[in-house]
Every structure is written in structure tokens, then in C-alpha cells.
Design a protein around this ligand. Structure first.
Ligand code: NAP
Length: 414
């Protein structure tokens, strides 16, 4: 079998998805997109780390059949297309993929390759774990208080792409309609954007967040919204979130309101999950002052975009922040930073973001031994103050390693 003219590794096997879980063979085929710019250096380093961890954790019993698929500049050079259909077909067939950063094409065609991938595969949850690794330079006093997984809705809200330029016939038509039919006055020189948020989109996101809490022993799920102002979108998100908690997870979930009444009287019983909600602006204060009170956060698209980066900054920023875009049975794990083109092919950039995205991937596949081995080895390497330039310039007495050397140091620490 071939995709983009490249033959799939003959000895690899397909990952399946049954009853809400990936069924993973001993040599799964996993498509990867190397990424543009620094993606090349990062991918080379990350793949070495992944292969070493799988080999060591399984005693050679398991391995990954990596399969390159193309997007971004490399795809454009080869096929004159930024996102070939075969790439999407391969990801659909093999379900789980990992990617480096991609250049956003300037002018015309695809608005953003990342957004296109998410929309075409309906990857409705953007998942960002944010936790502190000892030794990483941080701008806050107690960065270790942060250990949060953010579930950001990925398909709706103001990111739905329904926007009309000021002065366009479409904007004028909408302004007229809203004035005449619904009695809502909007200045005639306004651009217009639409913020759709549905029961379906909101509930499936919160459901995934609660499932994560159950599967990972987390005891607090927080719905972050701006429902005090945007009542029928953000406020409805909160209400639908509580509905999911009560109707589908009533045996484990307790709402904040219930917690303060008998029989709980403020004490969360073992095995239960507290579901609470916070208004977005207050949440930005809380992650700075009381980060340890939060564990899993479910939030609409725009809040989630801001919150993910704000949280990542508290624990050491972009170079090591991992991420994934998921639906039920499909996932793309990816660097959260861009292509940092000025460092391309210089073997200097921090590969931590893709390496930790790999940790998320192996966790999702149920290869916890592999995930733990990589994460512990990366943490140990940072504690030894062996780091790439971005961390070295902020640390006292650190050794500056190249991208490839950092990967070797991680492997040595496994
Ligand atoms: P960027 O590539 O994230 O780089 C901005 C700066 O962040 C870098 O100059 C570097 O700072 C630091 N940085 C980023 N990744 C790092 C890493 N792995 N290790 C150490 N430092 C790192 O942002 P950009 O320059 O705005 O965007 C460049 C291209 O990437 C654009 O085409 C953009 O559209 C695209 N992009 C893609 C994605 C994605 O694929 N998910 C996400 C964002 C942007 P210093 O110079 O201070 O060292």
C-alpha cells in the first residue's frame, strides 16, 4: 500500500479503536509529519528518543513502524500541494499521527494547515497538559503548583471562521437583518464575526475531559467560561457541561454546589470527582495564585487558546509544551510552537515539545512504560542542567547542548 507514492512499511500493523480504546499491535504503523524549518532537527532527535524508549521498555518486543506523510513546505516542493489528500487518508487509516510545526502558507489557499487538519478530521478536543519539570526556569515563585490538563473545544466559537469584512455586502446584509428582524442595532461600519456554540460540540468536549479525569485519577474538573456576559454561548457551555456530569457521570461527579451541602459538607469523598466552574477572567488570576486547586480544565475555543499559553508560560514556555488534537479514535500529537525558521537545520532548537507530545501519544496508546521512561529521562536530563540554548540562557551553571546531543542525553538517562 502507498500514500503520496511512499510504500507503507510492510511489517507494520494497523491500530484499531474499539469501545473507546485504541487496540495497539506490537509494531503499529504511525504516520509522522516531520514539520518545516526546525521541524527537521526536532523530528530526527525525537524519533531517536522514541525508538530507544520503546526498545528499552519492551526489551525489543515492540517497535514503531514510522511512516512519513507530507504537509507544509515539503509537500509543496514534492507535490505542489500544502496538504495532499493522501496525507489525510493515511492519518484516517492509521488513526494516530505525530507532527512537527508547519509553516502557515502566506496568501491564498489554506488559511492554516493545522486548522485544516483539525477540521478535516473533526479533531474536536485540543489537549494541553501543563506541568512543571524541576529545574526549568519559570517566572513564578511556585511553578510546581501547576499540573493541569486543558481540554479546549476545537471546532466552534469565534474560530468557526464565519466572519465578514467591514463594508462587505454580507456584513451589510447581516447588520440590516439584525436591525430589522431582531431589533439589534449594530454600527454600519462594523465587521461581523459569529460565535456558534452547540449542545453537541460542548457536551462531547466536557465528556472527554471527565473521561480523562476518571482514567487518570484526577479529582477536579473545571468548566471555564465567560457565561456572566455571553449567556447563551459561554453560559450555555457551563450548563451543558454540568448536564453531562450529572446525566452521564452522576455516579462519580459531584458539583461544587452539592459539595457544600449534606452529606458532603465540603469534603470530597475518595473516588469522586468535583465538577466546578470558573469565569475566564477569574481563572487567569487563579492559575497564578492557586494553580494547585485545578486539575482538568474544559473550556471553549477562545478561552482555551489564551489559557493554554498563559499556563505554559508559568512552567517554562514554548520549547517544552506538548499538545494533541483528538476526536474519538483519531489523534494528532504535535509541537505547540511554530517552525522558528531562523534556527532551521542548525541543530540548536529544543525538541522537548515534540518529545513530550510523544509521551502523550504513548499514554493514549496504552504504552505507559514507554511514556514514563521518556518523561523521567527528560526530567532527569533537565535536572542535570543539560539543556538546549533556550533554557541554558536562563539557568545558572547549565551545559548548552545541541538538539541531537539533548536527545542523546535523554536516551542515556533512560
Ligand atoms: P515560533 O516558530 O514559535 O518561534 C518564535 C520564537 O519562540 C523562536 O524564535 C524562539 O525564541 C522560540 N521557540 C519556538 N520554538 C522553540 C523551541 N522548540 N525551542 C526553543 N525556542 C523556541 O513562532 P513564529 O516565529 O511566530 O512562527 C514561525 C512559523 O511557524 C509561522 O509560519 C507560523 O505560522 C508557524 N506556526 C506553526 C505552528 C504549528 O505548526 N503548530 C504554531 C505556531 C506558529 P528565541 O528566538 O527567543 O530563541
Amino acid at each position: 500500500m502507498q500514500f503520496n507514492g511512499v510504500t507503507v512499511p510492510a511489517d507494520g500493523q494497523v491500530i484499531d479503536y474499539r469501545e473507546g480504546r485504541y487496540v495497539v499491535p506490537n509494531r503499529p504503523i504511525i504516520p509522522f509529519i516531520e514539520g518545516d524549518g526546525t521541524g527537521r532537527d526536532i523530528w530526527k532527535a525525537s524519533q531517536r528518543v522514541f525508538d530507544a524508549a520503546v526498545e528499552k521498555a519492551s526489551g525489543g518486543q515492540r517497535s514503531v513502524a514510522w511512516f512519513e506523510v507530507f504537509a507544509g513546505e515539503k509537500a509543496f516542493q514534492k507535490f505542489n500541494e500544502w496538504l495532499p489528500n493522501d496525507t489525510l487518508e493515511a492519518i484516517k487509516k492509521y488513526r494516530v499521527a505525530i507532527k512537527g510545526p508547519l509553516t502557515t502558507p502566506v496568501g491564498g489557499g489554506i488559511r492554516s494547515l493545522n486548522v485544516a487538519l483539525r477540521q478535516l478530521l473533526d479533531l474536536y478536543a485540543c489537549v494541553r497538559p501543563v506541568k512543571y519539570y524541576a529545574g526549568v526556569p519559570s517566572p513564578v515563585k511556585s511553578p510546581e503548583n501547576m499540573d493541569i490538563v486543558i481540554y479546549r473545544e476545537n471546532t466552534e466559537d469565534v474560530y468557526a471562521g464565519i466572519e465578514f469584512k467591514e463594508g462587505s455586502p454580507e456584513a451589510q446584509k447581516l447588520i440590516e437583518f439584525l436591525g430589522k428582524e431582531l431589533g439589534k442595532k449594530i454600527r454600519s461600519d462594523s465587521g461581523i464575526g459569529i460565535k456558534p456554540m452547540s449542545v453537541y460540540g460542548s457536551k462531547r468536549l466536557v465528556r472527554k475531559g471527565i473521561q480523562h479525569a476518571i482514567e487518570n485519577g484526577r479529582t477536579v474538573v473545571t468548566l471555564v467560561h465567560k457565561g456572566n456576559i455571553q449567556k447563551f454561548t459561554e453560559g450555555a457551555f457551563r450548563d451543558w457541561g454540568y448536564q453531562v456530569a450529572k446525566e452521564e457521570f452522576g455516579d462519580v461527579c459531584i458539583t461544587e454546589e452539592e459539595l457544600w451541602q449534606a452529606p458532603y459538607n465540603g469534603k470530597l469523598p475518595p473516588g469522586k470527582i468535583l465538577v466546578n466552574d470558573r469565569i475566564a477572567d477569574s481563572m487567569f488570576q487563579q492559575i497564578l495564585t492557586r494553580a494547585n486547586e485545578y486539575q482538568v480544565v474544559c473550556t471553549p475555543n477562545l478561552n482555551g487558546d489564551y489559557l493554554s499559553d498563559a499556563c505554559a508560560a508559568q512552567v517554562g514556555g514554548l520549547g517544552i509544551a506538548p499538545g494533541a488534537n483528538m476526536s474519538d479514535g483519531f489523534a494528532i500529537f504535535e509541537a505547540t510552537h511554530g517552525t522558528a525558521p531562523k534556527y532551521a537545520d542548525k541543530d540548536v532548537i529544543n525538541p522537548g515539545s515534540v518529545i513530550l507530545s510523544g509521551v502523550m501519544m504513548f499514554q493514549a496508546l496504552g504504552w505507559k512504560d514507554v511514556a514514563d521512561s521518556i518523561e523521567l529521562a527528560l526530567a532527569a536530563t533537565i535536572q542535570q542542567k543539560k539543556v538546549t540554548y533556550d533554557l541554558e540562557r536562563l539557568m545558572q551553571g547549565a551545559t548548552k547542548l545541541k538538539t541531537s546531543e539533548f536527545a542523546s542525553a535523554i536516551i542515556a538517562n533512560m
